[in-house]
Design a protein around this ligand. Structure first.
Ligand SMILES: [Zn+2]
Length: 335
């Protein structure tokens, strides 16, 4: 007899793609869990708003997808911040995700070096980043501890950094695919470019810890000449990561392929269960009040140095909103 309380999807997966959504899914038979993120207007409004050189915009788009996939796993109200700091033409990327679904992002780069990299055909994501590190910070708000994880950037892309992070810091076998592209659409005012982005994250989370064990990557303290310790990867994980490896960029950004249909296409033979989608939107958290408190925390000298034409002007690096204050507006807190 059917149990009406079991939430087993029996309908066909939706055909229409739904932009700016996160779709969690699970393949119970393989102990795999994951998320598919599909971004349209959210990523377009951030990237179009900045007007960065194309390869920088694409790189920031990848960072946005990765951040949304990781940040949406937070089980509490808080922020997830992904930040790179490296010696390549793109010095810094910051993506800030506030649960349940607000994201903002910006990049700092050396325009001359980016132009030179483009001219030399060396503007792939890993080349733009160079060497440095990627930090992931979970901030649960005032009075709560912050958690930060770090992973080195070694001239490779963000997918690689994410795999390394989960392998070294979390010991969770993980595969990530990220895709960003511009879509050209004709319109009354001529062709308009729109950014689209998407990604898939797959993790092996077996109920028994033993199954999650990974082969040691180097001999460790084994004596020279000893047989290298090797433990075969779990078959379920090998199957899962092989399936994710078949995903093309176009499948992650195609507006005519829904996230549900993609999950079904990849995993239907093993029985994939999808959960409720969650929305994402581009929204900055800056405010006049927030900028005012920041200015108030500065020293009088620092504030005096900021005065130009009798005003203090602060522009938000994420959304380019401009806040103008008269120096007398900023009354220092009583101490
Ligand atoms: Zn802002």
């Amino acid at each position: 007899m059917n149990n009406p309380n079991l939430n087993i999807p029996v309908r066909e997966p939706a055909q229409a793609g739904l932009d700016d959504t996160i779709l969690p899914f699970e393949i119970g038979a393989l102990d795999l869990r994951g998320r598919i993120v599909r971004l349209g207007p959210a990523v377009d409004s951030i990237l179009s708003g900045h007007d960065y050189p194309l390869p920088v915009a694409k790189l920031l788009g990848e960072a946005i997808v990765l951040t949304v996939m990781l940040g949406s796993a937070l089980k509490f109200e808080g922020r997830f911040i992904l930040q790179t700091q490296s010696d390549g033409p793109v010095r810094m990327l910051v993506v800030d995700f506030t649960s349940p679904g607000k994201v903002r992002a910006c990049a700092r780069f050396d325009a001359a070096r980016v132009a030179a990299a483009i001219a030399a055909g060396e503007a792939e994501p890993g080349q733009l980043l160079g060497r440095g590190h990627l930090a992931m910070t979970i901030d649960q708000g005032a009075d709560m501890s912050r958690y930060q994880g770090l992973v080195p950037l070694e001239g490779k892309d963000l997918e690689h950094a994410a795999h390394e992070y989960f392998l070294r810091s979390e010991q969770i076998p993980t595969r990530v695919r990220l895709a960003v592209a511009e879509e050209f659409r004709g319109g009354e005012n001529g062709a308009r470019r729109r950014w689209r982005a998407g990604g898939i994250l797959l993790q092996f989370l077996p109920k028994s810890a033993d199954r999650a064990r990974q082969a040691d990557l180097d001999p460790g303290d084994a004596p020279p000449g000893a047989e290298p310790h090797s433990l075969p990867e779990d078959e379920a994980w090998v199957e899962g990561r092989s399936l994710v490896a078949t995903v093309d960029d176009i499948e992650l950004i195609d507006p005519d392929l829904s996230s549900e249909r993609l999950a079904y296409r990849l995993f239907h033979e093993r029985g994939v269960r999808v959960f409720r989608t969650a929305p994402v939107e581009a929204q900055c958290s800056c405010s006049r009040h927030g900028v005012e408190s920041m200015l108030r925390s500065f020293t009088q000298q620092d504030r005096d140095d900021m005065v130009e034409d009798g005003k203090i002007t602060v522009t938000c690096e994420f959304c380019s909103s401009t806040y103008v204050f008269a120096p007398s507006d900023i009354v220092p807190a009583l101490s």
